[in-house]
Design a protein around this ligand. Structure first.
Ligand code: PAF
Length: 287
């Protein structure tokens, strides 16, 4: 496995793989890799002939006061992790390589970015879509792999790819959880042992919501009240708890169709997100 830091070098390697007739997979990450990323890399290795993992803590998707400065940088461990999983190339550019001058061109998806995480992180998705568009252009992959934990991000990226006719496929893989149910996240390493216990309230709230829906509850406010009460018991500070249409991300008053139940909660200083997808179309799929 090779590690490259420049756009020129990643293009050179990919060009060579193309000449050899290989299909190219891309797993975009910000590093601090965990089992959630492993599931994406494994899928890419299974489906593509040449797998690129990008590791770039993208400054343009962090707002003022967010954790850009303390975001974990673990390139050596990440490289060993990727190599074990069978990745072919790590692309780990510097911020100057990706943004050599102040960017005047941005890729922005409207509407889907307004609610959920976008409500309190107004510039976040503009940074995500811009860096993903750049990575897609740099690597020229056939397939890019994302995790369902970032449900809003995946909906937005799918829409960007569709609206801009970008020539790649987006594959989304299920959330990977720790044995106790906590969704895997690079930010879990910020949590103290006591906070790790309290962080389970995200999963508990989502499970309760799913159980109520399975029992026939269809009223948004009742479901949200239940989730908020569970989070309050563990002193979680709620950013949002919402129930939206899984494609449009519009809030649902009455629960029907393909439903995304999503939440963002601060446990201590750490902001965590989690979600579940429920398909109430015929036949319903409440797993
Ligand atoms: O999900 C992430 O880790 C990031 O948002 C991404 C897609 C790598 C863009 O920086």
């Amino acid at each position: 496995m090779k590690i490259v830091h420049t756009i020129e070098d990643v293009r050179k390697s990919v060009r060579q793989s193309r000449i050899e007739g290989k299909t190219i997979g891309l797993v975009p990450t910000m590093g601090a890799l965990h089992a959630g990323h492993a599931s994406l890399i494994e899928a890419a290795v299974a489906e593509c002939d040449f797998v690129v993992v990008s590791i770039f803590v993208n400054p343009t998707q962090f707002g003022p006061g967010e954790d850009l400065d303390k975001y974990p940088c673990t390139l050596d461990t990440d490289a060993a992790f990727c190599e074990n999983l069978g990745a072919d190339l790590i692309f780990a550019p510097s911020a100057d390589e990706m943004y050599p001058s102040e960017p005047l061109t941005w890729v922005e998806v409207e509407k889907l970015t307004d609610g959920l995480c976008g409500a309190n992180r107004p510039e976040h998705f503009k940074g995500v879509t811009t860096v993903c568009a750049k990575l897609f252009n740099i690597v020229g992959a056939d397939i890019a792999y994302f995790g369902q934990k970032d449900a809003q991000q995946t909906a937005i990226i799918r829409r960007m790819v569709c609206d801009l006719n970008l020539p790649l496929q987006i594959c989304v893989y299920p959330i990977v959880r720790e044995p106790n149910g906590l969704a895997m996240s690079s930010r879990n390493r910020y949590l103290s042992a006591e906070e790790r216990g309290r962080a389970l309230c995200l999963r508990k709230a989502l499970t309760a919501c799913r159980e109520q829906i399975a029992a026939g509850q269809r009223d948004r406010n009742t479901l949200i009240d239940t989730m908020e009460a569970i989070i309050a018991q563990d002193q979680g500070r709620i950013d949002y708890v919402s129930i939206v249409d899984a494609e449009t991300l519009e809030p649902l008053k009455t629960i029907a169709g393909k439903v995304l139940v999503a939440l963002a909660v601060h446990i201590g200083d750490t902001r965590l997100i989690d979600n579940i997808l429920i398909d109430l179309n015929n036949p319903p799929n409440i797993v």
